[in-house]
Design a protein around this ligand. Structure first.
Ligand code: ADE
Length: 245
């Protein structure tokens, strides 16, 4: 998988990409990440990337030409690239989009904006998708690009250990994770739930599924409407409802 990032702040990326699982994925050559400085694709003496907005108003707008020139220089064949433009006005990124991107064969480009916005013609004539990572406004698209690269990379085969990836695919897909505990078994009067110490693997699995559903019902009930519940899940929901009466 090849990720290409186009930004006016290349320095933002190096610390994050040089730690942990992403670093290992890079070393194992499961992913490649190329960071490109947008200013290298400007033609004027001042390396200008922004200009005043047509129609007036506050803030500057990023010019279209450097983005087009960058993408078309780096990857001239349009069939070999998938271009994501980061913006709070885009489609909301989620685990389903992460999974879809993890199967992408083309190079994935991230166009990172700064200032007020990117000229709309970048969306119209260059980007395939406009993507937001959530309903809040950041100072630029660099963190969203890192968030997406991180979420996509951990879904690429062999990036995580085997047991881990199987779990992501099935057990907790689409709902919130269950609570986790490690030693000590009692910490400041807070004890680890008895069930987790029982050694009964089947019952532990059932408890985890139930607690994941309990959390989801409480915090994000809309998620449960999107997934296919098994008969066992419905039983767990009945139990949870009875317990809270
Ligand atoms: N740029 C600024 N805020 C953003 C967001 N929430 N998602 C994607 N790009 C952004």
């Amino acid at each position: 998988m090849i990720f290409d990032i186009i930004t006016i702040f290349p320095g933002i990326f190096y610390a994050y990409l040089n730690e942990g699982i992403i670093k290992r994925a890079l070393q194992k050559e499961l992913i490649k990440i190329k960071v490109h400085n947008l200013r290298d694709y400007t033609k004027d003496r001042h390396r200008t990337v922004d200009d005043y907005p047509y129609g007036g108003g506050s803030g500057m707008v990023m010019k279209p030409e450097p983005f087009f020139d960058a993408v078309e220089t780096i990857c001239p064949d349009r069939t070999e690239r998938r271009i994501l433009m980061l913006s709070p006005a885009g489609k909301k990124f989620d685990q389903e989009i992460a999974a879809e991107l993890s199967r992408e064969k083309r190079r994935i480009f991230f166009l990172c904006g700064r200032y007020e916005a990117i000229d709309e013609r970048v969306k119209i004539g260059l980007a395939d998708d406009e993507v937001s990572i959530g309903d809040y406004v950041l100072t630029g698209g660099e963190l969203p690009a890192l968030v997406i690269i991180d979420a996509v990379t951990r879904l690429i085969p062999d990036v995580l250990g085997d047991e881990h990836s199987a779990e992501i695919e099935s057990f907790s897909w689409g709902i919130l994770d269950f609570p986790h505990y490690t030693r000590p078994s009692v910490f400041r009067d807070m004890a680890v739930p008895e069930m987790l110490i029982s050694g009964n693997h089947k019952e532990i699995q059932r408890w985890r599924r139930k607690e994941a559903i309990r959390r989801t019902l409480k915090r994000r009930p809309e998620l449960l409407k999107k997934i296919r519940l098994t008969d066992e899940d419905c039983k767990l929901i009945d139990e949870i409802r009875e317990e809270s009466q």
